[in-house]
Every structure is written in C-alpha cells, then in structure tokens.
Design a protein around this ligand. Structure first.
Ligand code: VGL
Ligand code: ZN
Length: 196
C-alpha cells in the first residue's frame, strides 16, 4: 500500500519530560496534543512512527564518557519508556536509536525498527513523501531529523504545538525552527490539519 503522509513522533519518553534525567521544560504538555494528531492520522489511515532514544549504559553520548548529556533513556529503563499518557495506536511502527556507543544519533533517520530497517527504507517502501514531525527535543532530535529529511527531498511539516526544546541556550529552539523553515519546512498546528 502506498501512503503520502506520515506522522513521526520523536522521543516522547519519561527522561525527556519534567522529572526525568534530561527533562525538557513542559515536555509533558505536548502529549495530549500529540494524541490528537494521532487520532487524525489513524482516522485517515496514514502511518504513524514513534522513535525512542535507546542508549546503552556506557556511551560517548553521556557526560561520564566524554559527551554532553547526563545519562538518560537507558535501554529498558523506566526513563526510556514512552510517557504513560501517549496513546500510540496498535499499528504504530516503533523505532530505536542511539544504541551505538560511539554516536549521539540525534536524527530519527539513524533509528531502526526491530528487524533492523532504517527510517529511509521504511518511508521509501511505503511511498511516504511528507513527514509531520512532533516530539522532543525541538532543538536536537526534531531539528536533526528535519534537516536529514529535507536534505533527502522529503516535505516536512513541523507541528508547532507538539514540540518542546531543551534550550541549553534560551533561543536554541527558536533558532532550530528558523533554520529548518529556511531549508523548506513548513510550520503547522492542529487547526491547520483539521481544515483539510
Ligand atoms: C535528545 C539530547 C540527548 C533528543 C537525545 O532526543 O532530542 N536530546 N539525546
Ligand atoms: Zn540521547
């Protein structure tokens, strides 16, 4: 079956929500909005993908081993689990990223499904041309995913009401959005989708 659009939900995990190891301010606030996008996509039978940051305990991604971040989203830990209110449909395609201890793996295009297939191959096989991106964090994973997608010729819609940033520097998310919109991404909100 060929599809046109897909929803890509990036790293909506406990460790990226307030109280988590790398809590994104208000990261949990987007969950109910993402659930609404999920309903729209499911109703239209458009495919839905969800990534999880999925690190080994020892990785150069973590401060203790030379990286930038406190330990987070360690494989099979509570922190790596999806936020409990996220209502993923049964047919969601689950992907995992950050397993290589040498890589940050911010982009969802470094993620693989359980059979080892990457996102590019999955999108190509399913005929997906346009990706609606939601999730955490706006200034890392969402940003690098959008950049990779745009470079590969996908159309990108950034779901402005369904992303939140870490903002190590206060304007990081704003600048990330500016950069990806300059590259061709379009900003979208739930109301816009319901108009179609
Ligand atoms: C992320 C920082 C560290 C992300 C992952 O998913 O945006 N950010 N690891
Ligand atoms: Zn990470």
């Amino acid at each position: 079956m060929k599809f046109q659009k897909a929803l890509l939900i990036v790293d909506v995990q406990n460790d990226f929500c307030p109280g988590g190891a790398l809590g994104v301010p208000e990261g949990d606030k987007i969950v109910s909005v993402i659930n609404k996008y999920i309903r729209v996509f499911a109703k239209n039978k458009w495919p839905i993908f969800a990534t999880r940051d999925w690190h080994p305990a020892r990785t150069r991604h973590f401060k203790d081993f030379g990286g930038a971040w406190p330990a987070h989203c360690i494989q099979n830990s509570r922190g790596a689990a999806f936020h409990q209110d996220l209502k993923l449909p049964k047919k969601v395609v689950l992907l995992y990223k950050g397993m290589d201890p040498e890589e940050d793996a911010y982009s969802a295009f470094s993620a693989r499904d359980l059979s080892g297939q990457g996102l590019f191959d999955l999108f190509k096989k399913m005929g997906i041309k346009e990706i609606y991106i939601a999730g955490l964090a706006a200034d890392y994973c969402v940003k690098f995913t959008a950049i990779d997608a745009l470079k590969s010729g996908f159309k990108i819609k950034i779901l402005m009401d369904a992303i939140k940033g870490v903002n190590l520097k206060p304007r990081d998310s704003e600048e990330a959005i500016k950069k990806i919109t300059k590259m061709g991404a379009k900003k979208v909100k739930l109301e816009d989708l319901k108009k179609n």
